[in-house]
Design a protein around this ligand. Structure first.
Ligand code: CP
Length: 517
């Protein structure tokens, strides 16, 4: 196999960027490599030769499977490995940031960084930090907080294909913890690339699957049904399932003990439940399971429908293929589609013709102004109006302004917010701020009592660089309290100018746009 190909330099940070043709190619190659490893046909997979390649394994959280299967995969390819398992003996303990740590391995000339980190979005931040014009180092996300575990997702899909003999028209169950279990945020999105797959998600109501995952699946036309009542619903659905993906209840993710104990008692997959399943059914688990409170009965470990050990074993061939593709050791013949992010439109305002009208705020006790700015049609949320006042520094600058919620004459019964700022026009940065806080609002420039310019505001495709901008997810790497110095960025969800929802570029958290400020 020759070097170069469309995969060269590819980082594996999320699953949204994996295309169907990439996935099909990857799965076929993984099948070949798995058989070759079994038969020790090293010519198929020991491909690094004398290229002197290094992988850095930077694991800040405990791991058995991900770290060791990546290390085995790298070594089987002929790479050498460096790094750490736990931060105890590293300068992270002296307060070093993640990006500074990663920069060191970049400066040593490693070719791949394989990462596990407790903060959501850490892998995306590292991948960005490692991509440059002169040299790009591939980043492999081995799990970032409760966000994603894409390389586990790839091995899960490979395993489901082996178990079920197909990757379409499947009834897939997911049980126990789809909220904190990052693996359940990854493999469904990949399976959603194939037709007619349906997901049945069983969990305690406090542990429901994140909205961002459900929304992503809906965008791919994938049906997700959620069941919250009790473990009984899982038992009822079992005869219809092709594969059941159990997860561990992650005690370390719970801030509230009571929430943990309530959720713990809902699900245990027993031998008697196995009797209810289809002939080609499989139960899987990313592992580890908890030995004190297992989610799959240990009595099933030797059952032919018990897949977790084979699933974990698939980590070596699949991760070997990922590294090999990214380093140009495989994949020269791949000619399929690769992911191209949609271009980001940064515009946020549209001019509207003006007819010299006078501003008509309706039956309201804020008097119109003669000169300045009227921000109109702010969706009726006093909290947003207060934020506009604070972020424009209206009171602090001594600016004369009036604000309030009014009943528009043209839409009786509805409410809208209005802010009037005397003797001051807004600059572009201030307009971008208002577009983020109040998409759908209108900014009127007023001169001598008449509207001389009118602009409708909408969310820009990318929101970044605004003062004090924060992701609302407290585990996100961009949060100031983590001191990782990764500025917050958020992408508009949906192409339409009516969107008010943004997604954190790093951790995928969905927010109302005004919440980022
Ligand atoms: N499945 C998985 O991520 O296992 P580890 O935590 O042991 O790596």
């Amino acid at each position: 196999m020759t070097a170069m190909g469309k995969f060269v330099g590819r980082s594996w940070v999320d699953v949204a960027s994996v295309t169907e043709s990439e996935l099909r190619y990857f799965l076929a190659l993984s099948t070949t490599v798995k058989a070759a490893i079994k038969e020790r046909r090293t010519a198929v997979y020991r491909l690094a030769g004398d290229r002197d390649l290094f992988a850095a394994l930077l694991f800040s959280e405990p791991s058995t499977r991900t770290r060791n299967s990546f290390e085995l995969a790298a070594q089987r390819l002929g790479l050498r490995t460096v790094g750490f398992a736990g931060t105890e003996a590293t300068s992270v303990k002296k307060g070093e940031s993640l990006l500074d740590t990663v920069d060191m391995f970049d400066s040593y000339g490693v070719d791949a960084v394989i990462l596990r980190h407790p903060l959501d979005g850490a892998a995306r931040a590292v991948a960005e930090n490692l991509s440059g014009e002169e040299r790009s180092v591939c980043c492999f996300n081995g799990g970032d907080g409760m966000n994603e575990h894409p390389t586990q997702g790839l091995l899960d899909v490979f395993t489901i294909g082996e178990c079920c003999g197909r990757l379409h028209d499947l009834e897939i169950g997911i049980a126990v913890d789809p909220k904190y279990g990052r693996t359940t945020h990854s493999f469904p999105v990949l399976l959603g690339l194939f037709p007619d797959n349906r997901f049945h998600v069983f969990s305690h109501p406090d542990l429901r699957m994140p909205k961002a995952v459900i929304r992503h699946l809906a965008d791919r036309g994938v049906e997700v049904r959620e069941y919250f009542d009790s473990g009984e619903q899982l038992r009822e659905k079992l005869p219809d399932l092709d594969f059941l993906y159990m997860t561990r209840l992650q005690r370390e993710r719970f801030e509230d003990d009571a929430e943990y104990y309530r959720a713990r008692d809902m699900y245990l997959f027993t031998p008697e439940m196995m009797e209810l399943t289809r002939p080609h059914f499989g139960v899987g688990h990313p592992l580890p399971d908890n030995k004190e409170f297992p989610t799959i009965s240990p009595a099933l470990k030797r059952h032919p429908k018990f897949w977790p050990k084979r699933q974990a074993g698939n980590g070596v061939p699949t991760r070997l293929v990922e590294i090999a593709l990214s380093l140009g050791l495989m994949g020269a013949d791949f000619d399929g589609e690769v992911y191209h992010p949609a271009p980001v439109d940064l515009s946020f305002s549209q001019e509207r013709p003006v007819d010299g009208e006078k501003p008509r705020p309706g039956p309201v006790d804020i008097r119109p102004i003669d000169n300045g700015t009227v921000i109109d049609h702010i969706e009726g949320n006093p909290y947003v109006i207060d934020k506009i006042s604070r972020l424009l520094g209206l009171a602090a600058r001594g600016t004369i302004f009036r604000m309030g919620v009014v009943a528009p004459l043209r839409r009786p019964g509805s409410r809208k917010g209005v802010v009037m700022i005397k003797d001051r026009l807004l600059d572009d940065e201030e307009m971008r701020l208002i577009a983020t806080l109040a998409p759908g609002s209108t900014v009127n420039d007023i001169r001598e009592g008449h509207v001389v310019r009118k602009r409708d505001l909408f969310l820009p495709g990318l929101v970044e660089g605004l003062p004090d901008m924060q992701c609302t997810n407290h585990r996100c790497i961009t949060r100031h309290e983590h001191h990782e110095h990764v500025p917050a960025r958020a992408l508009r969800l949906g192409a339409g100018t009516d969107s008010r929802i943004v997604k954190c570029f790093y951790c995928n958290n969905l927010m109302e746009s005004h919440e980022v400020l």
